[in-house]
Design a protein around this ligand. Sequence first.
Ligand SMILES: *Cc1c(COP(=O)(O)O)cnc(C)c1O
Length: 392
Amino acid sequence: MSEHLMNTYARQPVTFTKGEGAWLWDTEGKRYLDALAGVAVNGLGHAHPRLVAAISEQASRLIHVSNIYGIAEQGKLADKLCAISGMDNVFVCNSGCEANEAAIKLARLYGHNKGVENPEIIVMERAFHGRTLATLSATGNRKAQAGFEPLVSGFIRVPFDDLEAVRQVAQRNKNVVAILLEPIQGEGGINVPRDAAAYLSGLREICDANGWLLMLDEVQSGVARTGTWFAFQHTDVVPDVMTLAKGLGSGVPVGACLARGAAAEVFTYGKHGSTFGGNPLASTAALATLEIIESDGLLAHAEQLGNYIREALATSLQGVAGVSVIRNAGLMIGVELDRPCSGLVKQALEAGLLINVTADKVVRLLPPLIMSESEAQQLVDTLTPLIKKFLA
Ligand SMILES: *Cc1c(COP(=O)(O)O)cnc(C)c1O
């Protein structure tokens, strides 16, 4: 690694040179099964031929023009995103934190427009919303925040999956304008609400009763990862604002903030912007990603494969002391151990498998949507002995 890179990552000792499907090859020619997909980014795996063709054709014609002009590809992307989500409009940006920054600005402006001078947003413990100052302030991780004070004010934190805590804030605080949460927490440990439908509809009711916006951060859970286009679609609830990024562009940086109803009217000329956001190349990558997911039936496949992996791991790890719980929502899969286990990442790497550990104790798997059942079985067969040995 170059000495000229800032030390913001403790990198694994490997560098990849090519990929195909669910597989990556390093500089030595060794092959790895990718069960992380660039942290939920490469849903189509690596070098998907139709994605490569679409972005190659676009790059050869037009990469960037500026949002000062019409961008046909961005318009098509917005139409498609609204059609599959039920939202009304879209601001296209380049990353998850930018999508959340847009949502936070939108909520504040929504508050100011109705006379709330110091608008506040309810956020969750163990949440992750990004690394910019506002999104870091919204993130529920003291370690990530430490040293960056003063943080951005205007966030109120409550426990995840706790409606009563939100009701109590509603009773005593007149400045709240929105709730921002991940329907399934990713970095926080693949935390799935006990009853997602009841939790989200409870939050929806509180928002409606108080005139708040329900804002879902689907940066990790969105774009087919949980077996529906967006995780909220496992319920009857529709949010006012939703943010996307990770899987949206299959690795070409693109994020989006979607809004519906009154929230869709908040941003007007000059209130927000982005130089690169939704340029022809990024928009084409996102549009091709959505079209391939649809035409290849990857929504149903993600749901089925996720359950297959969870069940296979539950069987292979049955009765193993130290395995606390195995949970999933489609292809967001967490194996929680009773102890910190970041060392497993390197052991898996040596065994030719890419995984991740988050929240200290949770082995996190975010396989590409295109992974086959036999590859999934290979993942389980490689990971199981590593976990057993680690816990022995
Ligand atoms: C990764 C992530 C982000 C931040 O996305 P970046 O593109 O790294 O800025 C925000 N929210 C959630 C839920 C994420 O998983």
